[in-house]
Design a protein around this ligand. Sequence first.
Ligand code: GLP
Length: 241
Amino acid sequence: MEIIRARDYEHMSRQAANILSAQVILHPESVLGLATGSSPIGVYRQLIKWYEKGDLDFSRIHTVNLDEYVGLSADHPQSYAHFMREKFFDHVNLERANTHLPDGTNDDAWEECARYDKIIRSLGGVGLQLLGLGPNGHIGFNEPGESFTKGTHKVSLAEATIQANKRFFESEDDVPRFAYTMGILDIMQAERVVMVVSGAQKAEIVHEAFFGPVTPRVPASILQLHKNFTLVADEAALSWC
Ligand code: GLP
């Protein structure tokens, strides 16, 4: 595990964007695993800038997103499909057919999870996975539990996650209670994993996840065992380390 200590959110975003752009330049047919949340927005912003300058070409890149809320269609303003179009896809030359997210409108969970895992397998797995860190240590929507779940699955969102994500919805009641998420094995099989974390409110969980024991009670802690994991965090997020 490698830690890159950034000064602040902007610096963290540029450092992580540098790693993603190296991947896109060196491996123009890569599969990028992408994340939502406020943490990676700066990374997307930076990649868009470099794309606009003519430095990056996404035309042969494929993307697979980590997760999606169950019950939200791709055009729902709070869906992760909408988030990705608004924050990234609509601003670069990714082929829309090469971008993948779980389908939140498929209420047959078994079928949807099998479909999504088949897509990941058919692409040959993830080359570089970008991650944020949930306030309770979740990655994607892999919530704390008694064991690590391997493939894509349907999860019941933890109370802490509902509380953290309600800021994006009109009311707490509007936050979906379930989501589809890539599993821990899907994430661990990525060739390279980069996590971005910012802010003092994440300092305690960063310490627990990366300086404590590997345990499904803190799902991100499994990344300590990944062969090529880089944590890009700002000073505030690293203040307990
Ligand atoms: C959501 C997403 C996660 C993300 C987390 C943290 O729950 N499913 O993938 O890492 O939020 O979000 P933020 O970066 O806004 O703290």
